[in-house]
Design a protein around this ligand. Structure first.
Ligand SMILES: [Zn+2]
Length: 346
């Protein structure tokens, strides 16, 4: 029996075809219509429905590039199941280089949303109805906030062993099992029994090649694992990711100018100095010292800091983990992949 077309926004996408559908969100004050655009790849043969979303935080543009590259992958031509790709969920924030919506709300604290609520609540509600409810699995792409950078990582709140397997198959250097925040997409999706992998990589308002490649390959690996794309050309990660179930922030003990001496991916030992804060006259200097060991998974890039600012994000890992080897192997594998020959960002 022939597969049914996929219906969205009043459009019908026949099996074996792909289309971009603009879902109306609202109209700006100057009469410009705002849409959330979804690219639907509806496979000829049945299979799971996967959504891939980015820029829920409008300034986290890394995921937008990941979706762009994903949609050019030849393996989508023979795909099974359905892919819903939403490169920019929060158009308002994206246009303004801002995390938020114009009503200053954080979309990822506004789920599951409300059709007659705030702008953020309305957008959240639409995303749940049109995308999440119709999917089996979702991959939501984020980066660190502006002026911060994250080591590529998958965050997941596993209830089923299968979700953890997907997170590991993705092949980012570390899988972090983190608590779910109230109002987050992950929390709302869980209510509908849709599993979400949250990919965090790179810096707000910036592209970087390692984050892009890890993200694109991670999504393809998940699709391969779900049986959506053929295995050919999609290599499994050469080493299992590290796992972490807790992390902590080192904060600025004083305001001043920060010089960092460790960056993301560094293995931190207890007592290591990660950075130094001094005043502009160089008269006072405070060391930022790690009180316990771990892996540096995030840090600030802004040298001007106030007391209490989060400077370094350290994940607790197992004592026998070898972060340098894991990160080198995974990055080296992607560096050689011919899939990315045309795309490299320097
Ligand atoms: Zn984010």
């Amino acid at each position: 029996m022939r597969r049914k077309p996929f219906e969205i926004g009043g459009r019908q996408i026949p099996p074996g075809s792909r289309q971009t559908v603009d879902l109306p969100v609202s109209v700006l004050s100057d009469h410009t219509p705002v849409t959330m655009s979804v690219h639907v790849v509806h496979g000829r043969e049945p299979g799971p429905t996967l959504f891939v979303s980015a820029a829920i935080h409008g300034d986290e543009v890394m995921g937008v590039e990941i979706v762009r590259r994903l949609l050019r992958m030849p393996s989508l031509d023979t795909m099974k199941g359905t892919l819903l790709a939403i490169p920019i969920v929060n158009s308002y924030g994206f246009l303004n280089h801002s995390r938020y919506l114009p009503d200053r709300r954080d979309l990822n604290r506004s789920f599951p949303g409300d059709a007659i609520g705030s702008l953020a609540a309305r957008l959240a509600k639409m995303f749940m109805t049109e995308i999440v409810k119709r999917s089996d699995v979702g991959i939501d792409l984020h980066s660190a906030a502006i002026h911060r950078t994250n080591l590529p990582q998958v965050r997941v709140s596993p209830r089923k062993p299968e979700t953890m397997t997907l997170a590991e198959v993705f092949g980012a250097p570390i899988v972090m099992t983190s608590k779910i925040r109230d109002g987050s997409l992950r929390q709302a999706a869980r209510e509908l029994d849709v599993d979400i992998l949250l990919y965090e990589a790179g810096e707000g308002l910036r592209f970087d090649e390692v984050s892009a490649r890890t993200g694109v390959m991670g999504i393809l690996r998940v699709m391969r694992h779900l049986g959506m794309v053929k295995a050919k050309g999609i290599a499994k990660p050469q080493v299992a990711p590290m796992r972490s179930s807790s992390s902590f922030w080192l904060r600025a003990p004083a305001g001043g100018l920060l010089r960092t001496v460790k960056t993301i991916g560094a293995h931190v030992e207890c007592g290591d100095i990660l950075g130094l804060i001094s005043n502009p006259f160089g008269e006072v200097e405070t060391e930022i010292v790690a009180g316990e060991p771990g892996l540096l998974v995030g840090r600030t890039n802004l040298p001007v800091v106030n007391e209490g600012d989060g400077l370094f994000h350290v994940a607790r890992i197992r004592a026998d983990d070898d972060p340098a080897a894991t990160i080198d192997l995974l990055a080296g594998q992607l560096e050689e992949d011919p899939l990315f020959d045309e795309d490299e960002i320097i």
